[in-house]
Design a protein around this ligand. Structure first.
Ligand code: FPP
Length: 246
């Protein structure tokens, strides 16, 4: 990881977000939950733009977890339809703005039509470099660790060859540096099975703001909080390395 994103006052290279609060946002307005998810999609476009403008290189969002299948069938199919429509509506715009799109998660459980849309989104943005948007869809942190282990076995690794580097290279986000900043909106103080492996040394930022209300001012507040953090990665505070006056 580059030193520029870990030193105080710097912009995080990789931001990961649990976009929570769509349902409550809709309920507060006596609207169906689906409308909250629609607004959530608009928020994602805003936040993506704000992050790119501030120099964030990777934005990873939790759009549908392995556990979200437990939601009412109507809500699940509503989210699937929203995503399909979203790809059709916004892909060209995002591609022209230099956004590279990737999707991580268990694609086996996804309808063929949506899988094809994800494939097209990845293919048509593969050369873009302004910011990388990774959508975690049918994703779970535990699933990710299990699939990396299975891959290591399938690759023929002996037990003594399986170490952190071997698994890290097989995790779904192996192409990106670990997230520097993990944001969760909506007031809950949980990780909810997102990026368990990759957030070992991430800085956490929890906001009461419901996801549809999140915007560039909230992005700036999160980046400002990050800039105040002193990251040590298990080491000591720099001030305590050298004795006073030495
Ligand atoms: C959590 O809020 C949100 C979700 C499970 C869905 C997130 C989906 C979007 C923001 C739409 C955009 C999707 C893509 C793929 C870009 P919640 O429903 O748990 O809210 P609540 O906690 O208030 O009930």
């Amino acid at each position: 990881m580059a030193a520029d994103c870990t030193e105080p006052g710097c912009v995080p290279r990789h931001v990961a977000i649990v976009m929570d609060g769509n349902g409550r946002w809709a309920r507060q307005r006596f609207l169906p939950r689906f409308v909250g998810h629609e607004q959530g999609m608009q928020t994602l476009l805003r936040v993506l733009d704000a992050c790119a403008g501030r120099g964030v290189r990777y934005l990873t969002v939790f759009a549908f977890s392995s556990e979200n299948w437990k939601r009412p069938e109507e809500e699940v199919s509503g989210i699937m339809g929203l995503v399909l429509a979203g790809v059709a509506k916004y892909l060209r715009k995002l591609a022209s703005e230099g956004v590279r799109i990737r999707v991580v998660g268990d694609r086996a459980g996804i309808a063929p039509k949506l899988r094809a849309a994800w494939d097209e989104a990845e293919r048509s943005t593969v050369h873009n470099t302004r910011i990388e948007l990774t959508v975690a869809f049918n994703y779970g942190g535990r699933w990710d660790i299990v699939q990396a282990c299975r891959q290591a076995v399938a690759d023929g690794l002996a037990p003594e060859q399986i170490d952190e580097a071997a698994l890290a290279a097989r995790m779904a986000l192996a192409f990106a540096p670990d997230p520097d900043l993990f944001i969760r909106t909506g007031g809950e103080l949980r990780v909810s099975n997102f990026l368990l492996w990759q957030t070992a040394y991430a800085e956490f930022y929890f906001s009461d703001c419901l996801w549809p209300d999140f915007g560039s001012a909230e992005v700036d507040a999160a980046l400002a909080a990050y800039a105040q953090r002193e990251r040590r990665f298990g080491g000591v505070r720099p001030a305590s390395v050298a004795p006073q006056g030495a």
